[in-house]
Design a binder for this molecule. Structure first.
Ligand SMILES: NC(=O)c1ccc[n+]([C@@H]2O[C@H](COP(=O)([O-])OP(=O)(O)OC[C@H]3O[C@@H](n4cnc5c(N)ncnc54)[C@H](OP(=O)(O)O)[C@@H]3O)[C@@H](O)[C@H]2O)c1
Length: 237
């Protein structure tokens, strides 16, 4: 029988992050739902009322290391280990062309999509080491795949390159954490109906997250450093 998993999800107030929270709560996990503004996270507050003692909503901006440290301290006071970190928070700057590229926009995307997940992981390491079959799941995108880029063409410089950086960081961290038994993977959630994905996307958040949680459950140490689709197929880099 699976014991209660202890889970941290970033960017948990809407979209895929919120759906991760819903499905993790439904299966009985102890969930920490990090978001930038808990006071305005009405969907999370409603879930907290429905699941007393199961959900904490710490303030967490993945570009602000003070909030990351405070979030992990708050977790440490409530649990003695972490079994799953889902680095989900992300941004997607639109409309970039080679002549309109903006350094601040690019750096912001790198900070949120690639650097932030690493700094969150850094602060969680002690708790993860004390976790049960601990895993770090970085929510990437097919748009971070060099293989896909060759087929689908240009544009979206900040998003694609920051997700490609996240993929490389996933492999690097997986290598360094192998001796700790911490599994690190990148996951492509598919094209999903969220604010980011838009209403024409292929999948509902429920479908995507259900698939991803099944993939995460099946991960073994030999899967660490790999890139998977939401259905569990290996994704080309
Ligand atoms: N939807 C898709 O089709 C799709 C496809 C491939 C990959 N993905 C990836 O899946 C993940 C979730 O995407 P989504 O579709 O759910 O996007 P979304 O609906 O736009 O939600 C993004 C989430 O990230 C949070 N966030 C943004 N900047 C943050 C920061 N600095 N610190 C903490 N949280 C921050 C947002 O919080 P606020 O409400 O405070 O802004 C929000 O909770 C992202 O990494 C995205 O790149 C999505």
């Amino acid at each position: 029988m699976q014991t209660m998993r202890r889970v941290l999800i970033t960017g948990a107030n809407r979209g895929l992050g919120l759906e991760f929270v819903r499905q993790c709560l439904a299966r009985g996990d102890r969930v920490f739902a990090g978001c930038r503004n808990p006071a305005k996270a009405t969907a999370l507050q409603a879930l907290s009322a429905d699941h007393p003692g199961q959900l904490t909503i710490p303030p967490l901006d993945v570009t602000d290391e003070e909030t990351i440290a405070a979030c992990v301290e708050a977790m440490r006071s409530q649990v003695d280990g972490l079994d799953l970190l889902v680095n989900n928070a992300g941004i997607y700057p639109r409309g970039e062309t080679p002549t309109t590229l903006n350094a601040d926009t690019m750096l912001r995307a790198f900070h949120v999509n690639a650097v932030g997940p690493m700094i969150v992981a850094k602060h969680c390491l002690d708790l993860l080491r004390a976790g049960d079959h601990p895993k770090i799941v970085n929510i990437s995108s097919k748009m971070g795949s060099l293989w896909w880029k060759e087929r689908e063409g240009g544009g979206d410089y900040s998003y694609c390159s920051s997700k490609a950086a996240l993929n490389m960081l996933t492999r690097t961290l997986a290598f360094d954490l192998r001796s700790d038994g911490i599994i690190v993977v990148a996951l492509n959630p598919g094209w999903v109906q969220t604010d980011m994905g838009g209403s024409n996307a292929d999948l509902t958040p429920a479908e995507s997250v259900c698939g991803m949680l099944e993939v995460i459950e099946r991960l073994t140490e030999s899967d660490s450093s790999k890139f998977f689709t939401w259905e569990g197929k290996e994704h080309p880099w």
